[in-house]
Design a protein around this ligand. Structure first.
Ligand SMILES: Nc1ncnc2c1ncn2[C@@H]1O[C@H](COP(=O)(O)OP(=O)(O)O)[C@@H](O)[C@H]1O
Ligand SMILES: C=C(OP(=O)(O)O)C(=O)O
Ligand SMILES: [Mn+2]
Length: 528
């Protein structure tokens, strides 16, 4: 299917490039290896190294113009940039691209035909093209014949911006232009920017039609009961949604319409550092499968992936089409969620392993978006650092957090979904003292909640955050359930809980004006 032509990009002013249109897996392996981007592992995957091992959220800008001036929330990671800066950088990039080799994939973002966006992904790197083929929704042959893109992404990692001249922050840039329906990116080889860039686009567009865009994974049980798992990077969306007893809908980005949920993607992007083949057999198998892209995974002398080697980055990744997951949901769509889980990796070790949230607490926690960043997933993060990230995905949410929170609250109310807060982080002490929750325990807690196993159980209220904690859960020792009991030193626990409760309150001050007073009233009490 690979063809060399000058036409597909002439609208961008790119006429003199060698363009490969929709190359398949075999061709992309050959191109990537020829270009020196990577090698084929003895176990099958295309294995590459990248200059940056994680995303660069501070280098993502949104063009401020009539379309975005009043609709984008210019707080947090949403940094404005002028249309002129965009146009000048684009012109420099297209000049730079002349005579080069480019790869084009025509794909969809969104499994729901009513809400999907057709994207032309133009990349300099062959391996990005394979990543995109794995991660986006692949059109059928019929859909390809009539394909017309809504959006274009132009990603040229070897093109680095000059901050002085180009008006950006560093050599790395990701610029989103809603009026021109384009993303341009340069100065980073990390493939995740391709998917998270388009995620930001959908997060802006979908609320206009009443669809809730979400940074969450999703799966569905035999009875059609859908569960969503929200959480920042490293909190367990991918790990916990890969449950052999439930169909996987998707591991990272979904929309919630009047009919139910749909995956934005056609593949998964799993962290594979220290992956345990017994605990996570499905993800492990993808590191042994032809067609997978392994990013920054080190191969041993035999060419076999060494998943314990974090020397390039802790954020080692496997990107694979969802068909590699035996129990995936064909079509990527399902009904309304019955259970919504907020995942947080609390490095203070004070949030309970599982608790039940009231509607007000749900909005409070959603806008707060507390977790600890895990080393490697973003540039410069070398140890878990506490962070508040609105909607559990601040770098990807262009609108005001209150707008997303209201939309989610309405949908939760209408569907009657139950909402849970699950700490997949530390217990029995802070990071460095306590230990991380075992995946087996987290899974047991989730299974109990999702199967209705906590319906008849007694709950007690934890004082600092007002969270309702079950007093017993089958398969989990009782002392694990209550953080106070998990700590050896009760005073150290109280001091740490006090500190975290204060951090929550300080962080929330900037949102108080925009939310219902009942939501603010559900804030933690540091002096409990
Ligand atoms: N209790 C736990 N629950 C979920 N993940 C855990 C837990 N303990 C350790 N982990 C590890 O944390 C990481 C979670 O990452 P991942 O599932 O990729 O998160 P996300 O998809 O939200 O970015 C994995 O490396 C996983 O093995
Ligand atoms: C793709 C990413 O998402 P996550 O870590 O949430 O899987 C990322 O952080 O680059
Ligand atoms: Mn993930």
């Amino acid at each position: 299917m690979s063809l060399t032509s000058s036409t597909p990009l002439s609208d961008l002013g790119i006429d003199r490039a060698t363009i490969h249109l929709n190359p398949g897996v075999d061709a992309l392996y050959a191109h990537a290896i020829r270009r020196g981007e990577g090698v084929q592992a003895a176990t099958g995957p295309l294995t590459v190294r990248t200059d940056k091992g994680g995303r660069s959220p501070k280098d993502r800008f949104i063009v401020e113009d009539d379309l975005t001036r009043e609709t984008v929330w210019w707080g947090g990671f949403n940094t404005p940039i002028s249309p002129d800066v965009f146009d000048r950088l684009l012109a420099r990039m297209t000049d730079y691209a002349a005579g080069k080799e480019l790869f084009v994939q025509q794909v969809f973002a969104g499994t729901d035909p009513d809400h999907r966006v057709a994207v032309r992904m133009v990349t300099e790197m062959a391996y990005h093209s394979l990543f995109i083929r794995n991660m986006f929704v692949r059109p059928t042959a019929d859909e390809l014949r009539s394909f017309e893109e809504d959006w274009t992404v132009l990603n040229i990692p070897s093109f680095k911006a000059d901050p002085e001249r180009d008006g950006v922050r560093s050599g790395t840039f990701i610029l989103v232009n809603f009026t021109r329906k384009m993303i341009i990116a340069g100065g980073t080889q990390y493939a995740g920017e391709n998917k998270k860039g388009i995620f930001s686009v959908l997060n802006f567009l979908l609320p206009q039609s009443g669809v809730m865009p979400m940074h969450c994974s999703a799966n569905v049980g035999d009875g059609g009961d859908v569960a969503l798992f929200f959480g920042l990077s490293g909190t367990g969306k991918t790990t916990l949604s890969a449950d052999p007893t439930r169909q996987l809908i998707g591991d990272d980005e979904h929309g919630w319409t009047e009919h139910g949920v749909f995956n934005f993607e056609g593949g998964c992007y799993a962290k594979v550092i220290h992956l345990n083949p017994e605990a996570e057999p499905v993800i492990f198998r993808t590191t042994r499968t032809y067609g997978t892209v392994l990013e920054n995974v080190v191969l041993d002398a035999q060419g076999v992936p060494d998943l314990d080697d974090g020397s390039l980055t802790e954020n080692t990744r496997s990107a694979y089409p969802i068909e590699q997951v035996p129990n995936h949901r064909p079509g990527g769509q399902a009904g309304h969620p019955k259970h919504i889980v907020f995942l947080t990796a609390d490095a203070f070790g004070v949030l309970p392993p599982i608790s039940r949230l009231s509607p007000e607490q749900m909005e409070y926690q959603f806008i707060s978006g507390f977790t600890a960043k895990i080393p490697g997933t973003e540039e410069g993060v070398t140890e878990p650092s506490p962070t508040f990230s609105t909607c559990f995905g601040a770098p990807f949410m262009p609108r005001h957090p209150g707008e997303y929170a209201r939309l989610l609250a309405r949908k939760v109310r209408d569907s009657g979904a139950r909402v849970w807060l699950v700490n997949t982080g530390w217990t029995g002490g802070m990071y460095g003292q306590g230990h991380r929750m075992s995946i087996a325990h987290t899974r047991a807690l989730l299974n109990a909640a999702i199967s209705g196993g906590l319906d008849g159980v007694a709950f007690g209220r934890e004082p600092f955050f007002g969270l309702e904690i079950p007093t017993e859960v089958p398969g989990v020792p009782a002392e694990v359930l209550n953080p106070q009991q998990a700590w050896a030193d009760p005073e150290a626990y109280a001091r740490t809980a006090h500190k975290l409760a204060r951090m929550f309150r300080e962080n929330f001050q900037r949102f108080e004006a925009g939310v219902d007073p009942a939501v603010t009233a559900s804030m933690p009490n540091p002096d409990a």
